[in-house]
Ligand binder design. Structure first.
Ligand code: SF4
Length: 238
């Protein structure tokens, strides 16, 4: 199948599918041109587990910003071991990273929002764009209950990426944390141990912090920015 062949009717059907059916549909129809992109948050690990149950071969990629928590690298290794997978790693471009560090230093994300976004662009967004060039279907772990900004996330939509159309799928868009934890415990899914330390959303070290009781899910990101309209997004999901 080609993205150009997707009709409005098919998109409607995809949006009504349960997670397992949707994931299976993606790999059945696009094979290696479909891939799960994960930063080893809980949703990503659940999607990998579901995919592994239903399919012989799956593709998984991650963006290694070179600033991840040790627990995240451990989760990556455990996932590879458990499912016999080789997770594809995409890294920041070496020269661009070197140039950024020479100009602004390692901790530029403390300076202002623009520099945090620049750091996220160099370490996450650009490598993610390179990853997206290798696929037609991008399977993500976005959920509607993560923030106001994500409250309308569709399960399936066609997006424009680098002047090319790709299908973005978020199979767990309508799951909540109770359902995710239930699935993880029930199926003994290996997960990032930061989630046992009050983290709710995980990115790079320093930029992601644990939650205090009662805080909304993504509050632990870039804590030093407090503006109410702050989207707390790194730019990967526009
Ligand atoms: S989360 Fe922080 S360290 Fe990681 S890329 Fe973004 S600003 Fe840079």
């Amino acid at each position: 199948m080609r993205i150009e062949d997707l009709t409005e009717e098919t998109l409607k059907q995809l949006n009504a599918m349960p997670a397992d059916e949707l994931i299976r549909w993606a790999f059945d129809n696009f094979g290696e041109r479909a891939a799960i992109g994960t930063s080893f948050q809980l949703t990503g690990t659940v999607i990998i587990d579901i995919a592994n149950r239903h399919l012989k071969k799956i593709r998984v990629f991650t963006i290694d910003t070179l600033r991840l928590h040790p627990e995240t690298y451990e989760a990556l290794n455990n996932t590879e071991e458990r499912y016999g997978l080789a997770v594809e790693r995409f890294y920041p471009d070496e020269d661009t990273l070197k140039n950024m560090l020479e100009r602004f230093g390692e901790y530029l994300f403390f300076m202002d929002k623009a520099k945090q976004e620049y750091c996220c662009f160099v370490r996450k967004v650009e490598p993610n764009r390179r990853a997206l060039k290798t696929l037609d279907v991008w399977i993500t772990g976005l959920r509607r209950d993560q923030s106001d900004y994500r409250k309308d996330v569709p399960k399936a939509s066609v997006i424009e990426e680098d002047s090319r159309k790709i299908l973005k799928i978020s199979p767990l868009a309508d799951w909540d944390m109770d359902k995710i934890w239930h699935y993880i415990k029930e199926n003994n899914v290996p997960y990032n141990k930061l989630f046992d330390m009050d983290y709710d959303s995980i990115g790079c070290i320093i930029c992601s912090t644990p939650l205090v009781e009662g805080e909304p899910p993504r509050s632990g990101r870039w804590r030093w920015f407090h503006k109410e309209d702050d989207k707390k997004e790194c730019g990967i999901h526009k």
